[in-house]
Design a protein around this ligand. Structure first.
Ligand code: UGA
Length: 439
C-alpha cells in the first residue's frame, strides 16, 4: 500500500485516484476548486461516469480516499504524485502546459520524502524531461524526486472499467527506482505492463490516439466515396473487420470524431512535427477530413430543404458520444449554429447533455431561429419537419421507423451515426439520409 496524491480531479485524475483507492492505496485527490472538493466529499461525482460514484462512496467510507485543496499536506507525505491536470489546446494547436508547471512547482516546494511524480496528462514528447529539470530547480528539501510518464488510455463513458481492466499500462521511466516503484503501485491491478523510456511513453499516447483518429477519418473518407459509387460503408466496414490486422473497432463512419482528446491530440502531434520541420501528412489528412465531415450532414440537409426557416427541427443527441455529458468538440456545436443561422426552430433532446449545452446556448429566441430543450425523444419529434441525429444514445437507437413516421409532420431524418437499417426506414416511408449509405 502506497500513499498517493493525485493532482486534478477531471476524468483522468479522479478516475485514477478512485481506482488506486479501490486497489488498496491511500489516496488524496487535490484540486484548486473548493466547491468541487466539498461536492466530492459528500460522495457526488463532478463528472458523469458509469460506476464512479459508487466507488467514490465505497472508498471514502473505507478511509482510502480523501479530497483536499491543501496541496502541501497532500504532497509532502506522498510516495507518488500523479498528475492528471488538463493540457488544453492553444490557438496554434500546441498543448498548454501551464497547469502541469504549476503542479510541478507545488510538488517541488512541498515534498519532504523521496517521491515519484507521475504524469498521466497527455503531453508533447520531451515535456516530462523538462518537468523533471523544472522540479530539480525548485526542490526545497534534500530528497529524491523523479518524473515518470504513465499516459492514460481510458475513454469517457467507460473510464472506470477501462482503468481497472486496461489492455495495457504504459510506464515511461529513466531509472530502475522509478520503474520498480510504478510496477509495485500497479501490481494489485494485475495488468500487462509495458516499460519504456519517458519519451517513448509520451509518444505511445499520441501515436495511439492519432491512429484511432486516422482510422475514423479514413472510414469517413471511404464513406463519402461509398455514397458516390453506390456502396454501403457499413457493409464495407463489416467486410474489413474480419481481417484481424484491421480489427472490428473504430470503423464506424459518421459525423466526425469529437471529444477532448482526438481533436486536441491530432493537432498537438502535427504541431510537434512542424516544430521539428517535419510534415506529418497522415495526421494532417485526418484533421482535414474530420473538419469537413462534421458539417457534411448539414450540407446534405440544406441541399434537400433549401432553408430551415420556420421549420421545427428535432435534434437527438448533443454530446460528442453516448455515456458522457461532455460537449467538447461535439459535432452538435458545429451544426446547431448553422441551423440557427438558417432560422431553424430547434427542439433538442439529450439524456444528460442539456445542462451543459444550455450554458452555451440558453433556451429561447435568437436573432434567427430558436432553441427549446425537451425531456423526451417523442417531444422532440412531435410535429417536426426534419430530424438530426448527432449522438447514438441507446434510447435513440431503440426508436422504430414507425415512431418517426407517426410523430413527425414530415418523416425526414438525417442520421450522423448510421443507427438504423436504411431498408426498414424506407419500408415505413421515412426519408432517411445517413453517412456512406444509399438513401
Ligand atoms: C479517446 C481514446 O479512445 C482513449 O483511449 C483515450 O484515453 C482518450 O481519447 C484520451 O486521450 O483521454 P474518448 O475521447 O473518450 O477517448 O472517446 P472515444 O470513444 O475514443 O471517441 C472519440 C470520438 O470518436 C467520438 O466522437 C466518437 O463518436 C468518435 N468515433 C469513435 C467515431 O466516429 N467512430 C468510431 O468508430 C469510433
Amino acid at each position: 500500500m502506497y500513499k498517493i496524491a493525485v493532482a486534478g480531479t477531471g476524468y483522468v485524475g479522479l478516475v485514477a485516484g478512485v481506482c488506486f483507492a479501490e486497489m488498496g492505496h491511500k489516496v488524496t485527490c487535490v484540486d484548486i476548486d473548493e466547491n468541487k472538493i466539498k461536492v466530492m466529499k459528500s460522495g457526488i461525482s463532478p463528472i458523469y461516469e458509469t460506476g464512479l460514484e459508487e466507488l467514490m462512496k465505497k472508498n471514502y467510507e473505507a478511509g482510502r480516499i480523501d479530497y483536499t485543496t491543501d496541496y502541501q499536506l497532500a504532497y509532502q507525505e506522498a510516495n507518488a504524485v500523479f498528475l492528471g491536470v488538463g493540457t488544453p489546446e492553444l490557438p496554434d494547436g500546441s498543448a498548454n502546459l501551464s497547469y502541469i508547471a504549476t503542479v510541478a512547482r507545488q510538488v517541488a516546494e512541498s515534498v519532504e520524502k523521496d517521491c515519484l511524480v507521475v504524469v498521466k496528462s497527455t503531453v508533447p514528447v520531451g515535456t516530462n524531461d523538462k518537468v523533471d529539470r523544472f522540479i530539480q530547480d525548485f526542490l526545497v528539501n534534500d530528497v529524491h524526486v523523479e518524473v515518470a510518464s504513465n499516459p492514460e488510455f481510458l475513454a469517457q463513458g467507460s473510464a472506470v472499467e477501462d482503468t481497472l481492466h486496461a489492455e495495457r499500462v504504459i510506464i515511461g521511466t529513466e531509472s530502475e527506482w522509478a520503474e520498480n516503484l510504478l510496477k509495485k503501485i500497479y501490481a494489485p491491478f494485475d495488468l500487462p505492463i509495458v516499460s519504456v523510456n519517458r519519451r517513448s511513453a509520451e509518444m505511445i499516447k499520441y501515436a495511439s490516439n492519432d491512429f484511432l483518429a486516422l482510422k475514423i477519418s479514413y472510414m469517413n473518407d471511404i464513406a463519402n466515396l461509398c455514397e458516390l459509387v453506390g456502396a454501403d460503408v457499413q457493409d464495407v466496414a463489416s467486410g474489413m473487420s474480419y481481417d484481424k490486422r484491421i480489427g472490428a473497432k473504430f470503423l464506424n463512419a459518421g459525423i466526425g470524431y469529437g471529444g477532448s482528446c482526438f481533436p486536441k491530440d491530432t493537432k498537438a502531434l502535427e504541431h510537434l512535427a512542424r516544430e521539428h520541420h517535419y510534415d506529418l501528412k497522415t495526421v494532417k489528412a485526418a484533421i482535414d477530413v474530420n473538419n469537413v465531415q462534421k458539417t457534411a450532414l448539414f450540407k446534405k440537409a440544406r441541399n434537400r430543404l433549401i432553408t430551415f426557416s420556420g421549420l421545427k427541427v428535432a435534434i437527438l443527441g448533443l454530446t460528442f458520444k453516448p455515456g458522457t455529458d461532455d460537449l467538447r468538440e461535439s459535432p452538435s456545436l458545429d451544426n446547431i449554429p448553422l441551423l440557427l443561422d438558417q432560422g431553424a426552430d430547434i427542439y433538442a433532446y439529450d439524456p444528460v447533455g442539456v445542462k451543459n449545452f444550455a450554458d452555451i446556448y440558453s433556451e429561447g429566441d435568437f436573432s434567427q431561429g430558436s432553441i427549446k430543450y425537451v425531456k423526451s425523444v417523442e417531444e422532440a419529434l412531435l410535429n417536426a419537419n426534419v430530424c438530426f441525429i448527432f449522438t447514438e444514445w441507446n434510447e435513440i437507437k431503440q426508436l422504430t421507423p414507425q415512431q418517426y413516421k407517426k410523430l413527425m409532420r414530415t418523416p425526414l431524418v438525417f442520421d450522423g451515426r448510421n443507427i438504423y437499417p436504411t431498408i426498414s426506414m424506407a419500408q415505413e416511408g421515412v426519408e432517411y439520409h445517413s453517412i456512406g449509405r444509399k438513401t
